[in-house]
Every structure is written in C-alpha cells, then in structure tokens.
Design a protein around this ligand. Structure first.
Ligand code: FAD
Length: 414
C-alpha cells in the first residue's frame, strides 16, 4: 500500500481519493480552504455526455469578442498584460480549428460516458447518498441563428452516437408540464443527467472520512520535498507530510501548485456565478441551457438553481453583480412564469472553472516526475468528468491498465 497525497478537495480531488482508497492506497487530501466552499459545490449540477465539442472551437473567438463589449454579457476576458494569459490565449487560438474539434470529440465522449456509468454505479452502490436524476438536458433557443447552430451540433452528436433530438416549441413544452417555456425550439439530449453538487460533495467527504481517508482543510500546500525526479513529501505551513505519490487536483490554482514542481501548466480560471430559488411551486423538470443568454436552470429537489457567465479572470474571486444581473434578466425570456428577483450579493455563489486552452482536461503523469499525476483543467465539465478522472488517476498512480487511452489528456502536450 502506498501513501498518496492529493492537493485539492474539489470534485476531482475527492473522486481521486475515492478510487485511490478503493484501490487500497492510504490517502491524505489537502485543501487550502473549507471543502464546502469550492468550485465543485455551487455549480449547475449537470452531467453532460452531450458536451463533446471542446470550448476551443471555430467561431468561439469572434463570438467572445462580440460578447466582451457588454457588461451583462455571458463571456468576458479581463484585459491584463500577463504572460500566462497571453500564452493561454495563443494556445486557445491555435486549437480553435475543425481538426482539433474532430480529434477531441471521440475522447471527450468516451471520458464522459465512462464518467456517467461510474455515476450510475455511485448512485446505486450504497457508498454515497445523493439524488441522481436522468431526465436529459435541453438546449433552449429563441433565435433562428441559435436554432441553426444547435441543429448542426445535434447532427454532430448523433453522428458520434450521442442521442440528440431537435424539438419545436410545443415539444419542448410537453417536457415541461408545470411551467411555460417561451422558445422557438430546443435540442434534447436524453442521455444527460443531473445532481445537486453540494449534496454529492458532502456525501463524498462523509464517506471518505468514515473510511480512513485523511482530509486536511485549511492546509495550503506551499511546496514539495523532492529527490531527483521523485516527490517525497507535501509541504504546508502546518508541517511536511511524507508521501509515495502526489495528485495535483488544484482546479484553477493548479498552475501555481505546478510551478512548485517546476511545471508550466497553461490554465485560466473561468469565473461563473449561481444562485438558488427556494421552494419553487411549479418547478422546471428538465435542466436547461438558455442558449442566447448562456445561462442554465437546474431543478434540485424543490429548488431551482440558475448559473452562468464565463469571465476569464485568472483566480480573481470578486463578484460582479452586473454579470449576475445579466443572468437574472434573461430568465423570463425563456421561463416567463418563474418569478425571479435580483439576489442579494451574499447569496450569490461564484466559482472558477479550471479552463485549459484546448478544452481538454489534463489527466496523467508528467514526464518530469515518476510519481506525480495531474488531474485538472476540466473547464465547464469538471463535475461531469469527476468520477472518470478519479478512476483514471487511481489507475495512473497504481500503474494499472487504464480504462481508456489518456494520451490526449497528457499534461505535457503543449
Ligand atoms: C457557474 C458554474 C457552473 C458550472 N456548472 C457545471 C455543470 O453543470 N457540470 C459540470 O460538469 N461542471 C460545471 N462547472 C464546472 C465545475 O464546477 C468545475 O469544472 C469543477 O468544479 C472543477 O473541479 P476541481 O476539483 O478541478 O476544482 P475545484 O473544485 O476548484 O477544487 C480545487 C481545490 O483545490 C484547492 N487548492 C487550490 N490551491 C491549493 C493549495 N495550494 N493547497 C491546497 N489546496 C489548494 C482549492 O481550495 C479547491 O478547493 C461549473 C462551474 C461554474 C463556475
């Protein structure tokens, strides 16, 4: 049995701890903050095998430029003269090609499908207590241009064996019996699912703690002890912890952590916001992305969570209420009967999506060390891909045969 130190207690670190523990390793997980505070806690809760097209895709740059001009728009890059941002932007630009999209679709699909099957197992095997709903995902649109774009995406999905059904306004309404939906149409991905991420994270923490995994909250990792190409310890202000292997799962902070290992990981935090409407009488039934607004609606029990915006802002965690206003203002365009007021700032949650420049995660060993595995960069899909990543991490740490080919996710690929 080896002792594995995991840096980061988001969904990726927690799932890695789960599968490493199952594989018989002793695990210590470090987080700089209380775990219930991170990016994995207040997100939209969607499990999205439908998302097979990476963020870096043709047309994304032009779209981003248009959106950047409006303070309530869903996408924003905070202008900074910063070498990391410039390198990230250059790599993003270089990967916004049809060839990259074509290469990425099968690997993202396989990773997503692996994760979904692991979610189904986690929901049924009795280790965890969280609600798992398979009602699919609706991509809702109001404009002909979004309809055109979505029809193309649905076609790509169907050709890649991910089921997508193009619906007209009435067919969308038929899926939503309790509240009116005012849209031109939508694409329904019946294979998608949803969870309450906070409930899942809490349940994972409870299971891991009960089963002997050490979780050290408020322990910022500040360095690593090394002998040649081998990491020997994890260092924090509270002391040094000897380990046999290390997993870096620090979300948007992973570049800072990686720098402590001499690695230059390209990543930007993509800040997004969410807030919850409590006890909604006639609740939405199927999670949805309101396409033109780039905002989401996810039912969680009797509540309804709205989320959205992507501000490329490093690791800045301040809340910009203008962006939140953009989400609020868009909701009634799609769901005219849902009463929603501007939330108070202290009820708004924000998180940093760890965005790699090519839209693929980093999963696997780095050539610089024989016992360091990276698991980060999942962008908008970290919750969805958490279980598959955790499983692949446990296989990489244990030098076991991998459940899938992870070459495309190599942390050394740029
Ligand atoms: C608004 C919004 C909606 C989203 N909706 C969805 C969705 O519907 N479906 C989906 O799949 N994904 C969604 N995401 C994305 C998803 O939330 C992220 O991809 C995911 O949470 C990333 O998980 P992680 O474990 O990599 O990082 P995190 O959850 O950020 O965890 C990283 C942890 O590392 C810790 N850390 C950092 N530095 C150190 C250090 N030096 N020492 C110790 N600890 C450290 C941090 O405190 C943090 O807890 C959404 C994100 C946002 C913002």
């Amino acid at each position: 049995m080896s002792h594995v130190g995991i840096v980061g207690g988001g969904i990726v670190g927690l799932c890695s701890a789960y599968y490493l523990h199952k594989a018989g390793h002793q695990v210590t997980l470090f987080d700089q903050a209380p775990i219930a505070d991170g990016c994995s806690f207040g997100n939209a809760g969607m499990i999205v095998p439908s998302h097979i097209i990476p963020l870096a895709q043709p047309g994304m740059i032009a779209k981003g430029m248009r959106w950047m001009l409006k303070s309530t728009s869903p996408f924003y890059v905070k202008p900074r003269l910063n070498a990391d941002l410039m390198r990230w932007g250059w790599l993003f630009y270089r990967h916004s090609t049809p060839a990259h999209v074509e290469r990425s679709i099968p690997v993202l699909r396989d990773l997503s499908l692996l994760s979904k099957s692991l979610f189904q197992d986690l929901a049924a095997n009795g280790d965890l207590a969280f609600e798992w709903k398979e009602r699919g995902l609706l991509m809702l649109y109001k404009t002909p241009s979004a309809e055109h774009e979505m029809a193309e995406e649905a076609d790509v999905a169907n050709r890649s064996n991910v089921e997508a059904r193009v619906l007209n306004g009435q067919q969308v309404q038929d899926l939503e019996p309790h509240t009116r939906v005012d849209v031109r149409g939508g694409v329904w991905y019946p294979g998608d699912a949803h969870v309450n991420p906070g409930e899942l994270v809490r349940s994972l923490v409870a299971y891991l703690t009960k089963n002997g995994v050490t979780i050290l909250e408020n322990h910022t990792v500040t360095g690593f002890g090394k002998t040649g190409a081998h990491v020997t310890s994890v260092q924090t202000a509270e002391g040094s912890f000897p380990v046999d292997a290390v997993v870096v799962a620090g979300g948007a902070w992973s570049p800072t952590i990686s720098r402590l290992l001499g690695l230059n990981l390209s990543m930007q935090g993509g800040k997004g916001y969410s807030f919850m409407l409590r006890n909604v009488a006639n609740n939405v039934q199927v999670p949805a992305i309101m396409l033109e607004a780039r905002a989401t609606a996810t039912p969680m029990g009797g509540d309804l969570r709205f989320a959205g915006t992507l501000e490329v802002a490093g690791t800045d965690m301040t809340i910009n209420m203008n962006r939140v206003r953009g989400i609020v203002q868009s909701i009634n365009n799609y769901y005219p009967e849902i009463k929603v007021d501007m939330p108070a700032v202290d009820t708004v949650w924000r998180g940093l999506r760890p965005c790699s420049p090519d839209g693929l995660p980093y999963i696997g060993h780095t050539h610089k060390f024989d016992n360091v595995v990276l698991a980060t960069g999942h962008g908008m899909m970290g919750l969805s891909l958490g279980p598959a990543t955790g499983k692949l991490v446990s296989e990489a740490v244990g030098d076991k045969v991998s459940s899938m080919d992870i070459k495309a996710f190599s942390p050394d690929r740029f």
